[in-house]
Design a binder for this molecule. Structure first.
Ligand SMILES: *[C@@H]1O[C@H](CO)[C@@H](O)[C@H](O)[C@H]1NC(C)=O
Ligand SMILES: *[C@@H]1O[C@H](CO)[C@@H](O)[C@H](O)[C@H]1NC(C)=O
Length: 507
């Protein structure tokens, strides 16, 4: 009986010409590739969604993306390192063409008129300001440390808040000095981490986010977990915080964060080893009228162990859980014994914003007490997606409403093999609904940017920028006249994903 109905549905749909079953991906026909930019791996979209800024090799571009399916160059500014910097770079044994160009790794809006960029600049990072409209240089380039990495293949995170720049990167040529800092501070101190003790252990920084209602910047990364005393180096993934109102201590911890705190993130299937190597993470804002702490962070992780049960998994973390862990208890580092012990002085409000820590004795304690006792568990303590064989490396996420008002979460996942997968999360698991090839491997650096307003995903890679539409694939159709008439079909535009399966599983 069910089988018959499904067939009927197929016929109906075919006759309507709305949803022709097809084998090939519709997305193939409408993706747009913008080629001719090398290493186009840093992407930034203007608030109105009309301009895409691209940080590439030796150049910064603005692309007009206001019309769907079209990308044209608006402005382009070349910014290679000078001959002197290139000489120094090659004298250190680096390859001129591969290592010594200026790879733009940070691109952020400073304010309504200025754009900030930082590039690896022949292993001597330089920053520069641009006019957002004309892309003309404003002022001369500055040699900087701690803004973007020396090594263009090293990952880092940066975000501007009210024209100030928060960064997480290594700040030295040898990549031994990771730091989380604030630069371009307006009328107050630039800030960085206390260096008396090792606060970060070989971190790989992934992303940073600003949450205005919390007045905090959050940093996501993986690092070696020194709180564990295993002989093997254990990777842990973390979320760290700093308060934007932090100006450091007065007599101690001057120009050093007093609100820095870090917490472990747990993405672990039941009775199996955890997935701790963070590949990417993205924020999903709460639905309208909901509190900011309903923000979700979707992270894609792989395992440190080759024998793991899956190639990659996705976990969601809720901001309220992150904040609960940061306002809970902490561990204190005992230098004498190299041990993390439970926090004893509970009255200190470690990690709380808006507190001025002037007292030297307290700051001595604060300095050693930045690791939370609690762990941030994934939402419902379960994995949102498990992939046995795909190495997912970047993620974007969208919430979309079906005709019955039910919200679905759609993930966009970039694979190491160059495909963009679209997956719908269902109560019982997930469904891959589309696969589009967007670049040819291997590509070490790449980026993924979703514009919900425009209904497109941008993929930046060394082959150029690809624009893949999401809308065609997310048509939420009613199919009246059949028994399913009251059920909205989350029908995703084409039938590389079998329609029968959809009717059977999704409704
Ligand atoms: C933007 O920032 C730059 C650099 O700090 C400054 O010179 C410029 O006046 C600012 N523009 C606006 C509109 O605030
Ligand atoms: C730049 O692109 C080339 C391929 O064109 C790639 O081999 C190289 O790793 C890329 N470099 C960086 C720093 O992204």
């Amino acid at each position: 009986m069910a089988h018959f109905q499904v067939r009927k549905l197929f016929l109906l749909v075919a006759s309507w010409n709305i949803l022709m079953p097809r084998v090939s991906s519709l997305a193939d026909e409408v993706s747009v590739v913008f080629q001719g930019i090398d290493n186009a791996t840093t992407l930034l979209l203007s608030d109105d969604g009309a301009t895409l800024y691209v940080g590439a090799r030796d150049e910064v571009l603005s692309l007009d993306v206001s019309q769907p399916g079209v990308m044209t160059v608006k402005r382009k500014t070349v910014w290679p390192p000078g001959p002197e910097n290139i000489n120094q770079c090659t004298e250190r044994g680096k390859n001129e063409k591969v290592d010594c160009p200026n790879y733009i790794r940070v691109l952020q809006f400073l304010n309504g008129t200025h754009l900030y960029a930082c590039g690896s600049h022949a292993f001597k990072p330089h920053s520069r300001l641009f006019d957002r409209e004309t892309l003309e240089f404003l002022g001369s380039p500055k040699e900087v440390r701690g803004h973007c990495p020396f090594n263009p293949l090293k990952r880092s995170a940066a975000i501007t808040v009210d024209g100030e720049l928060y960064t997480a990167t290594t700040s030295d040529y040898l990549e031994k000095k990771p730091s989380i800092s604030r630069y371009l501070s307006k009328g107050r101190n630039d800030m960085t981490l206390d260096s008396h003790m090792s606060v970060l252990e070989e971190p790989t920084f992934i992303k940073s986010f600003f949450v205005p209602s919390e007045r905090k910047v959050y940093f996501f990364f993986s690092e070696v977990g020194k709180e564990y005393t295993f002989t093997e180096k254990l990777t842990v993934s973390r979320v760290a915080q700093v308060c934007t109102d932090d100006v450091g201590g007065e007599y101690m911890l001057q120009k050093r964060w007093t609100t820095f705190a870090k917490a472990p993130l747990v993405c672990q299937p039941q009775r199996q080893l955890p997935f701790t190597v963070m590949q990417d993470i993205v924020a999903l804002p709460p639905p309208e009228n909901e509190r900011a702490d309903n923000t979700l962070f979707y992270g894609v992780f792989s395992s440190q162990w080759p024998s793991a049960a899956a190639a990659s998994v996705v976990c969601a973390f809720q901001l309220s859980d992150v904040n609960a862990v940061f306002s809970g208890n902490y561990k204190t580092y005992k230098t004498e014994t190299n041990q993390w012990l439970p926090q004893t002085d509970k009255a200190l409000n470690i990690g709380k914003c808006g507190l001025l820590h002037e007292n030297g004795k307290k700051l001595e304690y604060v300095r050693k007490t930045f690791l939370t006792d609690g762990k941030v568990q994934a939402v419902n303590r379960r994995l949102a997606l498990v992939s046995a064989d795909e190495d997912y490396c970047r993620i974007a996420v969208q919430r979309t409403k079906a005709a019955n008002g039910r919200a679905y979460t759609v993930l966009f996942l970039l694979t190491e093999s160059g495909f963009l997968h679209k997956a719908v999360l269902l109560g019982t698991g997930h469904r891959i609904i589309d696969k589009t090839q967007v670049f040819t491997p291997p590509q070490v650096m790449k980026s993924l940017l979703l514009s919900t307003a425009k209904g497109v995903v941008f993929v930046g890679s060394s082959e150029g920028v690809t624009q893949v539409p999401v809308s065609l694939l997310l048509q939420l159709l009613y199919l009246p006249g059949v028994r399913f008439e009251t059920r909205p079909l989350l029908c995703l535009g084409h039938v590389s994903w079998d329609l029968c399966q959809c009717v059977h599983d999704c409704l």
